[in-house]
Design a protein around this ligand. Structure first.
Ligand code: HEC
Length: 145
């Protein structure tokens, strides 16, 4: 892969996270500190996975791609506490689940097909979820009772 593609990816990623800070039309989701920390930890795992997939792609290391993507697959979504799940809007959960599923699919195809351009396409598609969700939602701390 060309070096330039990696920078384009990274710029897209920063835009995705940055967009969350620009507009304040985002829907607030009220969470406790612990719940927010839980989701943000998941988010940082997403970011790490994207970065590691890109590293794998640039080194033509499909095993690295597969393993990094698998780390944020559907199995992590099942660890979400039930109470937190109840607080998350339907649209948020749908985008979140779809993102986990797409990482699983990417991992599977990296292993079975092993085509870098396919992985890159899958990564760029799943990252539309990052951007879309960040544009739509933000977290707010529940006021302490
Ligand atoms: C289902 C919705 C959703 C999806 C999908 C999503 N995010 Fe997030 N993300 C959020 C929200 C909401 C925040 C908090 C924004 C705020 O409160 O200002 C956040 C915050 C983050 C943060 C900041 C973490 C911190 O410690 O402050 C990072 C990094 C991040 N997301 C990366 C990603 C990446 C990379 C993807 C895609 C692979 C992604 N997110 C997909 C909703 C989502």
């Amino acid at each position: 892969m060309k070096k330039g593609s990696i920078w384009v990816l990274m710029a897209l990623l920063l835009l995705g996270v940055g967009a969350a800070q620009a507009a304040e039309s985002r829907i607030p989701i009220k969470l406790t500190q612990t719940e927010r920390d839980f989701v943000l930890t998941e988010m940082r795992a997403f970011l790490l996975a994207v970065q590691q997939v890109v590293v794998g792609l640039s080194g033509d290391d499909m095993q690295q791609v597969e393993q990094s993507a698998h780390k944020v697959g559907m199995h992590t979504a099942r660890q979400v506490p039930p109470l937190l799940k109840q607080k998350l809007p339907q649209g948020f959960k749908r985008l979140g689940m779809d993102t986990h599923k797409r990482f699983d699919q990417l991992a599977l195809d990296a292993k079975q097909v092993g085509d870098r351009s396919l992985v890159l396409e899958q990564l760029s598609t799943l990252m539309q979820n990052c951007v879309a969700c960040h544009e739509m939602f933000r977290f707010e701390l529940e006021s302490v009772k």
